[in-house]
Write a protein that binds this ligand. Sequence first.
Ligand code: SF4
Length: 275
Amino acid sequence: MTGTIFDIQRFSVHDGPGIRTTVFMKGCPLRCVWCHNPEGLSSEIQLSFSERKCLNCGLCGKRENISDAEKCPAEALCVCGREIDEDELFDEIKKDGMFYGPDGGVTFSGGECLLQADFVSSVIKKAKAHGFSSAIDTSGCVPWQSIEKTLEYCDVYLYDVKCADPIIHRQFTGVDNRLILENLKMLSRTGKRIWIRTPVIPGFNDTLEEITAVAEIVSSLHSVEQVTLMPYHSYGSDKYAALGMQYKYNASAKVPDEKIKTFKNIFKKRNITVI
Ligand code: SF4
């Protein structure tokens, strides 16, 4: 079986327990205005072009085909994404095996990796058989059946709860959060380890009301081990132009440290571990 990925990051320490190899899968059902991985949005293999790196040598012709990227001497024209066979990917994962220790392993991220649930399930099955831990970083915006396919092999789910209000959620991500929250409840009932991740985005969810509502959702669940608040950053904004896309969020927006501290206290008061 093959899957479509756009990156493999080695020695990740923010994508689950321990040291991990993170595999970024292509395709996402959400369109979060602040997204810092725009290359994960489309499930198609794309060309990215950096005007800054371009030598204007003309070797790439019209820059229309994937094969044009091979002609570029300056890495200005690149292919974003590739199909990979499950065995080939697992061979890549195994190369890092000696660094995982008792907690580390592989994390599937994206995009939304569960849009390719059969592929992910197949690779984490191999990981489990090999004694590696597996984590899945998901928006939860997929049919429950897609999550279910991974339950037997996944050790920990990194689950995004972006905001509680369905209207605001739709406004900023393109979808409402009903399915996401229903899936989260179901996942919690299975007893699987869950790490909640909440981006803190100015103008979207950076209010006491919204963060309190997220904390209330977390309080109602059974198997959440921790919550990570992730303050907005604009690191991925440059990638949009290279992909012929427009970054629609305000890249200069900042979340003051004081505000994050206040938001963390909302979780601490409910005895929720927050990072
Ligand atoms: S081959 Fe690369 S460096 Fe030359 S014109 Fe095309 S994109 Fe620019």
